[in-house]
Design a protein around this ligand. Sequence first.
Ligand code: GDP
Length: 443
Amino acid sequence: MFDALAERLEDTWKKLRGQGKISQSNIQDALQEVRRALLEADVNFQVVKSFVAEVEKNALGAEVISGVNPQQQFIKIVYDELVKVMGESNVPLAKAEKAPTVILMAGLQGTGKTTATAKLALYLQKQKRSCLMVATDVYRPAAIDQLITLGEQIKIPVFELGSDANPVEIARQGVVSAQEQGIDTVIIDTAGRLQIDQEMMGELSQIKSTVNPDEVLLVVDAMTGQEAANLTRTFHEEIGITGAILTKMDGDSRGGAALSVRTISGKPIKFIGVGEKVEALEPFYPDRMASRILNMGDIVSLVEKAQEELDIGDVEKMQRKMMEAKFDFNDFLKQMRLLKNMGSFAGVMKLIPGMNKIGAGALEKGESQLKITESIINSMTKQERENPELLAKSPSRRRRIAQGSGHQEKEVSRLISDFTRMRSMMQQMTTGGGFPGMPGMGG
Ligand code: GDP
């Protein structure tokens, strides 16, 4: 996501490189690139205008920091502004003082509203909050069935009264039912239309005034770009939203919707949908999104993703080993298996700074390289895995491993030198902290 924008800005940085100071004249090119990149990423033009004006003001007013080049300083200013526009920090879901918390889902048809309803229910269930999903889309009978099927899949009950009942009445009774059962949160899926239409808005308003929800979440398809801005404006003016869920963030390279939604509604994006599966929901973090936009990768999500897979003890042990430069081939193997468990290699690599420009071909190659690496490590003795230095010193050991694994000796040598380089880089990262040369932007 945001690939195009990241590339654009990277070209801009190149132009700024080697200039001594941010000034009115040299910043214009860079601002122009930021403007163009944002428009191409489908950020609403009004949002772009105010964004660029803010960046210019901040950049020109910025004190020149000694030891930092203007390019780095400019990146930091754009980054800060991006984070600001997208809302600074993650805003959690509201929780009613007295159960049940009521969440109303709104949005056009096909945006992923029903899927998001189930994703959210599953997300809350994992936090030990019981849920009831309510199916009010009586116009598309398949929608009720879809929610029932999802409910069965995630073992969360669905309240429905068939397709002849009145949607407002279904919503009301759904909330009453949750109250009676002592359920923590009710999520009401509503009918969407292909376009904004007054009947739909009227019905949503009625449901809203009847159930008095704690959250009205607008489900926005990130692929719709410019349209997302108009949609947000209309829904917010007519219904009043409290937040948004941006769906289909997995398949898209134009992420402009994220900036537009927040600026136009003033309401936070609370979650992003990152796939068709019910588990594919993540809290939205403005700072991470800004890092992605600036092609700094998303180290924080990567680390968290890794932590979910490993138990904390393992992570701490690995970190300690990295710091002490005791990271060995066993740890390396563990890390590689972890990468594999974490899903596609391509998906993980995209989160690493500078890696999101690698083409699909290179990624496939990376995946097969992983297999080779694994077979080489499997041919090492226990002692060799624990003491990588042994291998650096001994050609005969390398030859034996090459033969054992069925690969060439030069592949074994390359792996050992890559490993050694990686280990010293890790050590620098864990002891130095943050991104080198990027003040105040520590990971
Ligand atoms: P609704 O009409 O708004 O209720 O939309 P649905 O929930 O039926 O979703 C429409 C389509 O989008 C379905 O094929 C979903 O699988 C797909 N979808 C929903 N969310 C996501 C997402 O985050 N990523 C991707 N790739 N597809 C999604």
